[in-house]
Design a binder for this molecule. Structure first.
Ligand SMILES: Cc1ncc(COP(=O)(O)O)c(C=O)c1O
Length: 454
């Protein structure tokens, strides 16, 4: 669930905004100098010329700041909280290392993501493993690596894990993923009686209780606690508060029925971010208070010991840390309809627009101090009419050769990228204190041919 478009937008008109007005969606080190956009002390126009486009650029200061904010405002309210970065949002070895350096944990959702964490040297006890259909091989890899917690998502997986752990004479800590029947909408929550989800065990049909009882009984499994994740790009903190009410009530039910205390409650990720200027997400500070204090208060209400906690932010750590730089290759005006500005990337490096109708802010990096005086549609270079990067984007006057910057692309763009049309994937550059470095190099045609047989 990486999706959900941002808030509905009013009709788009030239808004005359310059890059200085776009700071809410840009990395925290963004600035305008000599009419150009700079991030992390690096000139984005020069970078585009030196490193080539399309290019993902990530600001290390923003990533670290967001992780630190989560640690600060969760542990401020309760000493025992794991901040678990959701690797699906953006994963590279450099990112894994930053997560570990900031004292955080890492959520992996496949054997591949686990391989990245291992190569990066993330301590294995800090790994949380997700996925609604972990293969026997992946479970084996997790046990052999000694991961901290596996979030169990089905009865078959639990039985498989128990057998594999018992074979190895080890005991694996597990969390049971519960579908609390609360689904977050961007601005509110919906109580979903049906709990129609491929993820987790529904609470209302008694499946979650059955799963807990089985986890308590099975050999090789140490039932450590519960996990939930109610959605993504959530603006209304009361959605989290409602889900916490429901899940802590379930913890009380577990204690009453089995006598077992839940040691850990993982409330998932989901905090929204500003993609567009109308978006006003909640702060990490407010999120920490609502989630952590909410759990404490509900536990007191039910006479429960307050458990250890975990939160799993993805998007809110990396989205605004990133931008994508493109070069404008052609401009096609369809009189009376619209003007397409075509760039050297597209749905292969950002699928979110075609997939979720996501909206982004864009600007011309080499005209950053000029007003956005026209509305243009930024199109990709792929063989799909739906290959649009930004629909109806207010933009500065555009010329072929301009460096076009799309904001807030740090989450779920590189991680969901593809080689459609045998497009090579862009590299990822980290910027910091006036320096830049590739942390993922741009692919080559040789990379594309590497797995071909014959
Ligand atoms: C289980 C789980 N945890 C955490 C996340 C991260 O969510 P977000 O990026 O919205 O913070 C996701 C995203 O889909 C998820 O499925």
């Amino acid at each position: 669930m990486a999706g959900r478009p941002s808030a509905p937008r009013p009709p788009v008109t030239p808004d005359l905004k310059t890059a200085a007005d776009l700071m809410p969606v840009l990395p925290m080190t963004a600035e305008v100098k000599d009419g150009r956009l700079w991030i992390g002390g690096v000139d984005m126009v020069e970078l585009a010329h030196e490193a080539g486009t399309a290019l993902y650029v990530m600001d290390e200061a923003t990533i670290r700041h967001q992780l630190q904010e989560y640690v600060r405002w969760t542990t401020y309210h309760w000493r025992d909280v794991d901040v678990v970065f959701a690797g699906k949002a953006f994963m590279s070895l450099a990112m894994c290392r930053i997560v570990a350096e900031e004292g955080c944990c890492l959520d992996v959702s496949s054997g591949g993501e686990l391989a990245f964490a291992r190569r990066a040297g993330v301590p294995m006890e800090r790994i949380y493993v997700h996925g609604n259909n972990k293969t026997p091989l992946e479970l084996t890899e997790c046990l052999d690596a000694g991961v901290g917690r596996i979030v169990v998502d089905s009865f078959e997986e639990m039985d498989r894990l128990s057998a594999l752990a018992a074979e190895r004479s080890v005991t694996q800590k597990v969390l049971i993923r519960v579908t609390p029947g609360v689904e977050a909408d961007t601005h509110d929550f919906i109580m979903t009686g049906a709990e129609d989800s491929k993820f987790g065990f529904g609470r209302n049909q008694g499946l979650a209780m059955q799963a807990v009882e089985r986890a308590i009984a099975l050999p090789g499994i140490d039932f450590d606690g519960l996990h939930m994740h109610i959605g993504s790009q959530i603006f209304a903190l009361r959605s989290f508060a409602k889900a916490i009410e429901v899940i802590v009530e379930f913890i009380a039910e577990i204690k009453e029925r089995t006598g077992v205390e839940v040691h850990m409650l993982d409330t998932g990720g989901g905090l929204g971010i500003a993609y567009g200027l109308p978006d006003e997400p909640s702060t990490i500070k407010d999120y920490g208070k609502v989630v952590v204090d909410g759990i404490k208060e509900e536990c007191v209400k039910h006479g429960l010991t307050v458990p250890a906690m975990a939160v799993e932010p993805g998007r809110s750590i990396v989205a605004n840390a990133g931008v994508t730089l493109y070069t404008v290759g052609s401009i096609k005006e369809i009189p009376g309809i619209r003007t397409y500005v075509a760039v050297d990337g597209g749905m292969s490096d950002n699928i979110r627009t075609s997939l979720y109708d996501a909206h982004y802010e864009a600007l011309i990096a080499n005209k950053a101090d000029q007003p956005r005086e026209m509305v243009r549609t930024v199109a990709g270079k792929h063989c799909e009419s739906g290959d649009i990067v930004v629909n109806d984007a207010p933009l500065q006057r555009v010329d072929v050769g301009d460096v076009l910057c799309v904001c807030a692309t740090g989450a779920y763009c590189q991680s969901m990228s593809s080689n459609y049309n045998k497009q090579v994937r862009p590299g990822v550059v980290f910027v910091r204190d006036g320096e830049w470095r590739f942390v993922v190099r741009r692919e080559t045609y040789e990379d594309l041919l590497h797995n071909e047989v014959g």
